[in-house]
Design a binder for this molecule. Structure first.
Ligand code: PLP
Length: 358
């Protein structure tokens, strides 16, 4: 009989806190499509200030935040964007930049730490005076933290270097900052410094920050004016959206300071799992709240079997490949939950197939 659930599938699974629900219930609202919702305005000005940009816009999701940002920077169909071959926009956003925006992706190899080599980015930039057969490069996209690399952080120095390269060629720089606050926390730098080189950033409120819904995109006043129009085109203009923004404002107040603890809990969990026979984690690569671990080749345990055994103890995880599982730490997992999870992993991995008639 399972008595509790420890949900490590993602940081998107958190439930709104009591304070968030109270703020939602009492939020001052108005029509945000007409730009009159005072709580949305408050959230947007708060996010613009934190990120050091002129303006901000609440959007329903990170996917829409990235799509709008790419499309505003690449106004002309047939524009090209340079992005990582392992980044979220390229892999998990339904190819929206192409299917909806007519933007061509130019993937550059992502290194294990989520960076792309600067010389590879430079080599991928099209020569505007070159052959007419090439699309025109207009944008470079980074992702910080880089989810598929295990939540690794891109440094200020690296981001600045890519920003300088973009400027040199007259390109824009967009950052998918779904977990930007995790990156700033782990690096120990202010958020605005980390994204100074970027022309736009998309920040998710419903991941590490723990709000129930939404993202915010930030950039220049002109960029946000165009983004607002595009949001309406895509059906993302909402009316009394202050109800959602109120929860996000609480998330900013309550949860940013908890990210450091989430990262510590993630490291404790990674170290614990790494000590279990048959499981392997690159502990040094756990910089924020995401952990990838592998089952040793030839070990008598499979990903589906391990997921099932953990589920019997109320532990939910995300299978990634035939040998790999992802865990994501968040503020609703306690330090004692982490110890419970480690002990359940230990007992699951001591399961012997022969003794169980398999
Ligand atoms: C790095 C990254 N960017 C963007 C997104 C998209 O966010 P949403 O699921 O809110 O559309 C995600 C979602 O997991 C993500 O991990």
């Amino acid at each position: 009989m399972v008595t509790k659930t420890v949900d490590l599938r993602s940081d998107t699974v958190t439930k709104p806190t009591e304070a968030m629900r109270a703020a939602m219930a009492s939020a001052e609202v108005d029509d945000d499509v007409l730009c009159f919702d005072p709580t949305a305005v408050r959230l947007e000005s708060t996010m613009a200030r934190i990120t050091g940009k002129e303006a901000a816009l609440f959007v329903p999701s990170g996917t829409m935040g990235n799509l709008i940002s790419v499309l505003v920077h690449c106004e002309v169909r047939g524009s090209e964007v340079i992005l990582g071959d392992n980044c979220h926009i390229h892999i998990y956003e339904n190819g929206g930049i192409s299917t909806i925006g007519g933007v061509h992706p130019r993937p550059v190899k992502n290194n294990e730490d989520g960076t792309m080599d600067i010389d590879r980015i430079e080599a991928a930039i099209r020569d505007p005076s070159g052959e007419i057969v090439y699309p025109t490069t207009r944008l470079i996209c980074l992702e910080n933290t880089h989810a598929n690399s295990g939540g690794r952080c891109l440094s200020v120095e690296y981001t600045d270097q890519v920003g300088e390269l973009a400027k040199k060629y007259g390109l824009k720089l967009h950052i998918d900052g779904a977990r930007l606050f995790n990156a700033a926390t782990a690096l120990g730098v202010p958020v605005d410094r980390l994204v100074r080189a970027a022309d736009s950033v998309s920040v998710c409120l419903s991941k590490g920050l723990g709000a129930p819904v939404g993202s915010v995109i930030v950039g220049s006043a002109d960029f946000i004016k165009k983004a607002r129009r595009l949001r309406k085109t895509l059906g993302g203009g909402m009316r009394q959206v202050g109800i959602l923004c109120a929860a996000a404002l609480v998330a900013l107040q309550e949860n940013v300071a908890k990210l450091e603890h989430d990262h510590k809990k993630a490291r404790v969990l990674a170290e614990g799992i790494n000590q279990i026979k048959g499981l392997m984690v690159d502990v040094a690569s756990v910089e924020t709240n995401i952990i990838y671990f592998d089952i040793e080749e030839g070990f008598h345990m499979t990903v589906p079997k391990l997921c099932k055994k953990l589920e019997e103890h109320g532990i939910l995880v995300m299978p990634e490949t035939a040998s790999r599982i992802r865990l994501v730490m968040h503020h609703q997992i306690s330090a004692s939950d982490v110890q419970y999870v480690i002990s359940c992993f230990q007992s699951a991995m001591t399961w012997v197939p022969e003794e169980n008639g398999m």
